[in-house]
Design a protein around this ligand. Structure first.
Ligand SMILES: [Cu+2]
Length: 139
């Protein structure tokens, strides 16, 4: 009889310890990972004003962090141009002297070229710039 009680109570103690271990695992391993991914997903909107004119974009380099929402206000100061950033499936026409707003999420790391795809004169092929998307672990 005593022996049965002993086995029974040690089983209960075993289950309680197992349960506590499980709770510890869930709280510290599962939830901490979830929190981390929530933190990484928390994106910041980065605003830039870009001037498009024969034959450049200014600034010519845009630097953001991976995950940033990028909002470009593109002011076209002269003839028709376009803003094309194929890596992010963007190709936006920029009519003469109009301003366009372009938004996208910088969801991949690297250096990507954007350029004008509308022939705008002799220097058209030089009308390009670069988007630099840094990884979270990069300085
Ligand atoms: Cu052009």
């Amino acid at each position: 009889m005593n022996r049965k009680i002993l086995i029974f109570s040690s089983l209960i103690v075993g289950f309680v310890l197992l349960g506590m271990g499980l709770m510890f695992f869930v709280q510290n391993v599962v939830f901490s990972k979830e929190n981390k991914s929530i933190l990484q997903q928390k994106s910041v909107t980065k605003n830039f004003t870009l001037v498009a004119k024969q034959f450049s974009f200014e600034p010519g380099i845009i630097i953001v962090n991976k995950g940033d929402k990028v909002r470009l206000t593109i002011i076209n100061q002269d003839v028709e141009h376009s803003f094309s950033l194929p890596a992010f499936n963007l190709d936006v026409n920029l009519p003469t002297r109009e301003t366009k707003i372009v938004e996208f999420t910088a969801d991949k790391v690297g250096t990507f070229t954007f350029r004008c795809w509308v022939y705008c004169g002799a220097g058209h092929s030089d009308m390009a710039g670069q988007l630099v998307v840094k990884g979270l672990d990069m300085p």
